[in-house]
Design a protein. Structure first.
Length: 293
């Protein structure tokens, strides 16, 4: 069953890139796999649900390798940052045709599930970049780390655009080293640098609030736990607990007693403290607001 689901997702990815999401019908997808529409609906409620599942898999795949990158034993934090940026550039290059289609057919200012998920991905990468920069450059960049993350993303975006429309693919090892050196130049000469953005800036639009914000935080926790589990740093039980928690937050009516119990289990892991603290705070606030209403 899982193989057939993956087969459908792979066929959909190819067709969405080739002819666009709206121009691709469920019949196109099922015909490419040689199955009936009934077979499609065993796995997905709709074409939109399928695209959301595809985006979740792409998001996880893009972060998984970069988050797990450790480099050699004696490699500096700068070199580790170079490695993460190189992998991220490779993944964006790999999925570039998909994102070109998505940003054309689902503009970020439109209110729909796909655009909302793309905005969540952008916020997640913003937070992940900030954390990666803090690990590489240390606490001195904390006051302006959001600005540094925006500069990093701007440079990466510009080079990816150039590679899409104007030049052949650049050597990504050299490019990632070049980008880190430019960031290092900013950090070395930061005596008079004034932060322009608050920490955790999400891109200038309205922040995600309520249950949607909680789901974003739960997804970030799940991606983090998956990466640490792959490295052997967290047990299978912790991964299963986190997956159960994320699924419960996705439910139309989350069961408060179950979420409280699962969060309590995860809070025993010191390495999850930052993620669980933020998630617990948002969850407690949401419960308080809901009960007042």
């Amino acid at each position: 069953m899982a193989d057939r689901k993956d087969e459908l997702l792979e066929a959909a990815l190819h067709l969405f890139v080739k002819q666009g999401f709206h121009s691709t019908s469920i019949q196109h997808i099922t015909a490419a796999c040689g199955i009936s529409k009934g077979g499609f609906y065993k796995h997905f409620d709709s074409k939109e649900t399928m695209l959301l599942e595809l985006l979740r898999k792409v998001h996880e795949n893009m972060l998984h390798e970069a988050e797990n990158y450790q480099g050699t034993q004696h490699e500096s934090e700068f070199k580790r940052l170079e490695g993460k940026i190189r992998i991220e550039l490779e993944k964006f290059t790999e999925y570039r045709p998909l994102f070109q289609m998505l940003f054309t057919e689902f503009p970020p200012h439109k209110e729909n599930k796909i655009s909302n998920y793309l905005n969540r991905m952008r916020r997640f990468f913003q937070d992940w970049h900030e954390q990666s920069l803090l690990e590489a450059f240390g606490p001195r960049v904390h006051p302006y780390v959001s600005d540094l993350a925006v500069i990093l993303e701007g440079i990466m975006h510009s080079y990816l655009t150039l590679m899409t429309w104007h030049v052949s693919t650049l050597p990504l090892n050299q490019l990632s080293a070049f980008i880190v050196e430019r960031l290092h130049s900013i950090v070395k000469d930061d005596n008079d640098l004034q932060a322009q953005l608050p920490r955790g800036w999400a891109g200038g639009d309205e922040p995600v609030q309520g249950m949607e914000s909680i789901r974003c935080e739960a997804e970030a926790l799940l991606l983090f736990v998956k990466a640490r589990h792959t490295q052997g740093e967290l047990p299978e039980k912790t991964l299963q607990t986190t997956e159960m928690l994320y699924e419960e937050f996705k439910a139309e009516i989350p069961r408060e007693f179950l979420i409280d119990a699962l969060l309590h289990q995860l809070q025993h892991h010191a390495e999850l403290h930052t993620h669980t603290q933020k998630l617990s705070a948002k969850w407690s606030a949401w419960k308080g607001e809901k009960h007042i209403l």
